[in-house]
Write a protein that binds this ligand. Sequence first.
Ligand code: ADP
Ligand code: MG
Length: 266
Amino acid sequence: MDNAAKAAPPGTRKEPAEILYTRSLEVSFDGFKAIRGVDFTLGAGELRFLIGPNGAGKTTLLDVICGKVKPSAGEVVFAGRHDLARYQEHQIARLGIGRKFQAPSVFANLTVLDNLLLSAKQARGLFAALLAGKKPSNAERPLATLELIGLAHQANRPAGALSHGEKQWLEIGMLLVQEPELLLLDEPAAGMTDKETEKTGELLHKISSRQSVIVVEHDMEFVRQFAKTVTVMHEGAILKQGTMADVQNDARVAEVYLGRQVVKHA
Ligand code: ADP
Ligand code: MG
């Protein structure tokens, strides 16, 4: 395992420009292809928005990347050398891929800060930390993360007392203290107020200066405001990829997705 990493002396191994790619990826549920032939590439440090109508396969794509679902064909490769189909979910987390599901799950009875401290302890493990040349986790990162997610003033409140939006940020924080290289977020702004949604967009931009992020998002206004590159999925395949303007000007996208809004006004 990990021949590429062993072959080259430290410091000379070239980091791949892409942090993740899939080739001819397929996911089949009892014969139904939820993903059919997806070639998806994410650059290191990129913030990518994944959109598409319900049932397009967005959540399934995240499920494959984090190991919750196994591909039926094709490959999914992380950091140029990890064939993710061969790893279990907890191993993939340890490789540095953090996944946030749609519903927030925090420890309601623990304080905000304790939630972060606990998560930091469960981080990738001492061995991985040493390999990466990092110190084992202390309180520094949880405290910095507390600031980043805008909850410093709530540090000692029980997490259960937070608003829905604040819980979502806390859960993102709980992933961040584990220092993932790639963060997968499924509809992080769902159910948020406009103000919370805006803060979430700003948080995503801050996060993406340090790690690669894939965000599945339903709220088109949110995508319009915060996305640089957008990948549109439809019926298990990639329909279009580009800037929001590219996507909005694409006739096929308009037909399957954005068009619904246009039609409404017609
Ligand atoms: P999206 O997140 O884009 O709305 P999903 O990835 O959740 O779409 O679902 C894609 C398709 O796969 C849908 O038709 C859905 O019903 C189906 N699907 C998802 N998960 C399963 C599963 N565990 N078993 C069977 N079908 C599934
Ligand atoms: Mg989904």
